[in-house]
Design a protein around this ligand. Sequence first.
Ligand code: ZN
Length: 245
Amino acid sequence: MKYALLTDIHSNLEALTAVLEDIERRAVIEELWVLGDIVGYGPDPGECIRLLRSRKHIAVAGNHDASCCGRINAMYVMNPEAATACRWTSKALSPEDIEYLNGLPDVIERDDFTLVHGSPRDPLWEYVTSRSIAQINFDYFRTKYCLAGHSHVPMVFKLEEDGRCISLPFSESVGLVLGKDMMIINPGGVGQPRDGDPRASYAIYDSEAKVMRLHRVAYDIKLTQQKMIKQNLPLRLISRLEKGL
Ligand code: ZN
């Protein structure tokens, strides 16, 4: 069976739509696995939630999801632009959207995978962006693999038999083979990629072949930016989309 891994959609309807169309072209998907931050930053929070809810999916909460629905008060730890966007998002959400976000768990275990937004040690907030942080986090989940988002950068960390943590390349040209070693895998961001490539990023996992592949999808960035300008969302959030940073 095949599963699509999506994270950090961030209210970007054009990116989410393009990714869902790309998935349909490539494979018959059993279920979408969403690693949080469905909302925050972008102009279409409610539309993204509704589109996602029209598909078979499971999802964990991200820091933006939990903040925007009022489950946690995180304004004081967010940067000013993120906080502004979060306040705007809170007002744009319907009661049903808020109820949906409120109900998202922080951690889901599914088959060989633990799904979190940040890290297994700190599901809402910690970034797994280095080998040393990944190394510590291997002690905090009991499945073979962990899927995480939050950094908006595709990344893979593997725990070797001798206990060393190494990082592996994860790009479109590489099929990631999931073997006996534990791994922490980040499929990159759908709605606000930060690895220098502005195209939406996601992955498809084939559970029979035990191979995961990363895919990048171009979308109508200009349209998303125009909507953000209309809603007076912070300029830096608008301009970073075209840079992928
Ligand atoms: Zn995010």
